[in-house]
Design a protein around this ligand. Structure first.
Ligand SMILES: [Zn+2]
Length: 147
């Protein structure tokens, strides 16, 4: 069980949650993934935009990999708009909204928030947020606030 042990918060506007819900439903039963643009104020991450990526993993039904070309393009968009790429999201088809062992093994950047969306019956069921440890060895759950 992952407990809330940090004071980090991520604020997800309802309309961007809807973007994620539509995307994860459309790609079901494959994993869907995308990037989160926004800004950070103190311990608060504020999502401005969720941007769908193609899942370029070889086995998209149980892995995800964000298109690096999209990330490069968004880095420029984000800079121009005063935002940062603050994290990403992916879905767990018929799974739970917490990191898998594959996810734990796949942390390469300690400063990106992970949103994990549980999908069942082709519909978003639950969404939760996690912050990697500084050594990328695991995650802490952080508070997800829908705004
Ligand atoms: Zn996962």
């Amino acid at each position: 069980m992952i407990e809330l042990v940090t004071d980090l918060v991520i604020e997800l506007p309802r309309n961007q949650r809807d973007v994620i819900a539509t995307h994860v439903a459309a790609d079901h039963p494959n994993e869907a993934c995308g990037l989160l643009l926004g800004h950070k104020v103190g311990a608060r991450f504020v999502v401005h935009q969720a941007v769908a990526s193609q899942n370029i993993a070889d086995e998209p039904n149980h892995r995800f990999e964000i298109d690096p070309g999209l990330r490069l393009r968004l880095q420029k968009t984000a800079r121009d708009g005063g935002d940062i790429i603050m994290g990403h999201y992916h879905s767990h088809p018929n799974g739970v909204a917490r990191p898998s062992e594959t996810d734990k093994a796949g942390i390469f950047e300690a400063d990106l928030v992970w949103l994990i969306a549980a999908v069942a019956g082709g519909r978003l069921q639950d969404i939760a947020a996690f912050m990697p440890w500084a050594d990328c060895g695991g995650f802490d759950k952080i508070e997800l606030r829908e705004t």
